[in-house]
Design a protein around this ligand. Structure first.
Ligand code: PMP
Length: 364
């Protein structure tokens, strides 16, 4: 049930916020997802009452009963987006309403309550505004925002969803993914493990999808690759996505990306690239693409580049592919010109170097 009432946030500022010197020390070398800002957002939901107790509060641990539903049945979902400091000094987020909509799609699949999109975006604005000094000024750095929701009812009954939930947002400064220059990744084709099957949760951003992926990612590394590429559950024939990113296949001036069949995450970067392609004079196609077509296209030279895309690394070239019974290189294994153009365009909009012709930038 969506409760349409407008929530007002109770604001409780931290009395132990880091000093400017401590913050600068973190921002000099932020890494990813290890250190969090001084505050967080919390909103509670109770069946029959709706969303209540919206708060901005000091960042800190939660106290939960060991029988809390999320620990046992993983009724949980999350989002990921970034706040950028633009070249003119303003702080913006990128398409936050798209994240709000995907959050609610995940919520429906997980039998969890939807959060009004306005509340989702307002919660991000309040946290970023309060902790704005944590938005890095270094080029290519950003403040990663992690909204999430957990089932908080205590009890082990497995036949019904929780009647209580907690929505939270935490924030963590993030360095550029490519501090040492853009490096193509090598990928491992996972035929032993499956990420998502039709009717499952592949399109939802729920923690369980990621828990089940670690073993395949570990297998990719054991096979000398950086990332796992997931294939369809039925035949292990079609490419779906790569780790935490969507895939694009470049055939000359055409971009082909796997269709949203319900088993892959509808990435916001993917959607943005499909729109941006027109500006760059590129055609687009959403369809199934098989591993055989991928390999044969590289052999014939028709398939010139492959890249992965997502919030964390924006656009990442894929240089080589390995599977249980085959391996090949894409082009000459170095970042291709289409990949780099797409990347520059998107990063340019996010950081304000290019005009925001698609109206994607949301000022905080
Ligand atoms: N696929 C998966 C499995 C992901 O976790 C992500 C990251 N959210 C993506 C694709 C890319 O999505 P987005 O462009 O919205 O970051």
């Amino acid at each position: 049930m969506t409760i349409a009432q407008k929530l007002s946030f109770d604001v409780q500022l931290s009395d132990h916020a880091r000093t400017a010197a401590e913050r600068e020390q973190v921002l000099a070398n932020p890494g990813f997802g290890q250190i969090f800002t001084d505050h967080m957002i919390s909103i509670d939901y109770t069946e029959g009452q709706g969303w209540h107790d919206a708060r901005l509060m000091p960042y800190g641990p939660l106290s939960l009963d060991p029988a809390t539903s999320v620990f046992h049945y993983a009724q949980e979902l999350f989002e990921g987006l970034k706040a950028y400091r633009q070249t003119n000094g303003s702080i913006v987020t990128f398409r936050p309403y798209a994240n709000a909509a995907r959050f609610n799609q995940s919520a429906l699949r997980m039998a969890m309550p939807e959060l009004p999109e306005e509340t989702f975006v307002e919660s991000l604005e309040l946290l970023v505004e309060t902790d704005k000094e944590w938005v890095p000024t270094t080029e290519g750095h950003s403040l990663y925002l992690r909204p999430f929701m957990i089932a908080t009812q205590a009890g082990l009954g497995v036949n019904y969803p929780s009647k209580m939930y907690k929505y939270m947002v935490i924030a963590s400064p993030a360095a550029s993914y490519f501090a040492g220059g853009i490096k193509p990744v090598s990928v491992w084709l996972s035929t032993e493990y499956t990420r998502a099957a039709p009717g499952g949760t592949g399109f939802a951003k729920c923690g369980g999808n990621y828990a089940a992926a670690f073993v395949a990612q570990r297998q990719a590394v054991e096979n000398g690759c950086d990332q796992v590429v997931w294939l369809d559950a039925h035949e292990h024939k079609y490419a779906e996505e790569m780790g935490g990113m969507n895939l694009f296949f470049v055939f000359g001036d055409k971009l082909v990306t796997p269709a949203l069949t319900g088993t892959l995450l509808p990435g916001i970067t993917r959607d943005s690239i499909l729109e941006l392609a027109g500006d760059l004079g590129l055609e687009t196609e959403e369809r199934l693409i098989s591993v055989d077509e991928w390999q044969e296209g590289c052999a014939s030279g028709e398939l010139t580049e492959v890249f992965a895309c997502g919030t964390a690394a924006v656009v990442t070239p894929v240089g080589s592919v390995r599977g249980a019974d085959r391996s090949w290189t894409i082009g000459d294994g170095t970042p291709g010109p289409v990949t780099m153009r797409v990347r520059e365009d998107l990063v340019g909009i996010q950081y304000g170097a290019r005009p925001d012709t698609h109206n994607w930038i949301h000022k905080v």
